[in-house]
Design a protein. Sequence first.
Length: 161
Amino acid sequence: MSVDERWGPAGLQQLRDLYEPTRRFAAVIGRWDVEPDDLVQEAYAKVMARREAEIDDLGPYLRRTVVNLATDERRRGKRRSEVVQQMRPDPGTADSYPSELADLMRLPERVRALLYLVEVDGMSTSDAGALVGMSGSAARVALMRARRRLKLELSVESSGD
């Protein structure tokens, strides 16, 4: 059954007229990380799946639907945070050594891109340098310095100093 069969022109116009007030309402009652438009659009989808004759007063019905959706989203968020808390390791069981990724992330973005393109993708140094906006010789020097820096940091970590 199509929307035109469930809703008449007057009902559709009322839905159009109620969109902005319902959106403002959703912005006030929804979580900060949930777009009000998402709540309203989901509410409209639920409302439009029903027949116009089944709904006594559209405005309060839409607001109640938005409240229910916001409540559901809040519950989902709470459950997600509980699951994340359960998945975290105990502080005593966490690894005490620093991550190599942290060392890598301290390199400048262009140099990380060069390392990835050359070491992972197998691209030539001059081609990778051109992609990140460096000459071939500048890319070779940057890669040499980055490798030396990473090797030094990793050797310091492995020696325990």
